[in-house]
Design a binder for this molecule. Structure first.
Ligand SMILES: *Cc1c(COP(=O)(O)O)cnc(C)c1O
Length: 430
């Protein structure tokens, strides 16, 4: 070693008081981190066993072109996903362009005109509003005659069982449950809570399809929503299950019929899962899934570290520093535009790519305020990589997630703290 790690941090712009404060916070987090490592260990075994049972071979890592008939790697990967999530079938494709597309596909393929969709957990993720037609949009479910009902959560974040029961009617075909809070302030649900909700719904109407938007939740716990009764779970490969390596893609796992419906919609009636060339992407899908448990653990440690640092400094954080975790998103409320901007600039300055770029708040389509975004990612827009963004409006909160490695998540958060300190928004006394 040419110099100590602390001296290295100093060379990277971290002052000794910020470093010492961060290390002090970290010392108390050891037991939590050990628990996270145990979950990662369990999930790592789960992934390896699935790959072994499916006899993943070198040939699976190669891809096909054209129609993609007999794509061994693609078909085997889908078997692996089905084993990891304990489902009958899976659709895991680069032709699914993102999480929203995967969710839209699952909904549109399993609902028919006259059916009703129910969200018993309040407003879904922003982009789904247009899919459903809550905000009028071309090609929405509403345009195809699929109606929508929503039951909001109670003020304490719990399920409103009474009104959920009332909302389930003869046309209720599919229930969508978003696991992660996304960018709202409600709590994220544990898998166990989701299981309770599904049991309640199935007891009222056994044949209703229960779908879980699993974005940001994969591998945070040792069980997944499909282990507690979900008929489908859906997510993005540029979040947790892609392990940072998948450059595109989405997945749908679940009951054979649900997945088949999705496959016929993704490609074409009559073709289904049999077409869809994987091109050269499979190695990254396999290797990304292999890395996903430990990558998710790194992101989780980062979220907890950030929560504890900024909570100690007096800022409001959701979830709280000691709260249990069911996704990888952390919200920190700075109460001023300067705080949001400084934090995001610090995250950017710690990135392996584009660290020299200084993010600025800007008007973005679909937002009603300027937004500042920090991302120095290998995969564009990847939010399993260390990234942050914040709308420049009260309460001036920043949403932060990701970190492919724990040391990078740690450095990014310390760097963000340094920027916040340098901007005079907080002081370190330790
Ligand atoms: C990210 C996310 C989505 C949408 O995914 P995109 O890949 O951004 O389209 C949907 N739901 C939740 C809860 C998410 O976190």
């Amino acid at each position: 070693m040419q110099f100590t790690t602390e001296a290295f941090y100093q060379k990277m712009g971290i002052t000794s008081d910020v470093y010492a404060f961060s290390e002090q916070i970290l010392a108390d987090l050891k037991p939590r981190f050990e628990k996270i490592d145990r979950v990662a260990e369990y999930n790592q075994l789960k992934v390896i066993r699935a790959m072994q049972e499916c006899q993943v071979s070198e040939a699976c890592l190669l891809g096909t072109t054209g129609y993609g008939y007999n794509d061994l790697g693609r078909d085997t990967l889908e078997e692996v996903y089905a084993k990891v999530f304990h489902t009958e079938d899976a659709l895991v494709r680069p032709q699914i362009t993102c999480g929203t597309h995967a969710l839209a596909l699952a909904l549109m393929s399993n609902l028919r005109p006259g059916d009703e969709l129910l969200s018993p957990v309040g407003k879904p993720y922003d982009t789904l509003e247009e899919v459903i037609g809550i905000r009028p949009s071309k090609g929405s479910l509403a345009e195809y005659g699929v109606t929508y009902k929503q039951v909001d959560l109670l003020t304490d974040g719990k399920f409103d069982y009474e009104n959920i029961q009332k909302a389930i009617g003869p046309s209720t075909k599919l229930v969508t449950i978003q696991r992660s809070k996304g960018y709202q302030t409600r709590p994220t649900f544990s898998v166990e809570q989701i299981g309770e909700l599904i049991r309640f719904i199935k007891q009222i109407k056994p044949d209703v399809i229960c779908m879980v938007d699993n974005c940001y939740g994969e591998f945070v716990e040792t069980i997944e929503p499909t282990d507690v009764g979900a008929d489908m779970a859906v997510g993005s490969l540029i979040k947790n299950p892609g392990g940072g390596l998948a450059p595109i893609g989405g997945y749908i796992v679940g009951k054979k019929e649900c997945v088949e419906n999705a496959a016929y919609r993704l490609t074409s009636p009559g073709l289904g899962k049999e077409v869809g060339a994987s091109l050269g992407i499979l190695k990254d899908f396999y290797q990304g899934l292999f890395l996903a448990p430990t990558v998710t653990a790194s992101a989780l440690k980062g979220a907890i570290f950030a929560a504890n640092i900024f909570e100690r400094l007096g800022f409001a954080v959701v979830p709280g520093g000691q709260e249990s975790r069911h996704d990888i998103i952390q919200a920190i409320t700075f109460g001023s535009p300067e705080g949001v901007i400084a934090f995001c600039r610090g995250i950017q300055a710690a990135a392996p790519v584009d660290s020299h770029v200084v993010p600025e708040p800007w008007a973005m389509p679909g937002y009603d305020a300027d937004v500042i975004m920090a991302a120095g990612a290998f995969v564009s827009g990847s939010s399993i990589e260390l990234s942050a963004d914040g709308p420049i409006k009260p309460p001036f909160a920043v949403y932060f997630q990701g970190g492919l490695t724990w040391p990078h998540a740690k450095f990014g958060i310390i760097k963000a703290l340094q920027y916040v300190v340098n901007a005079g928004i907080t002081e370190i006394n330790c």
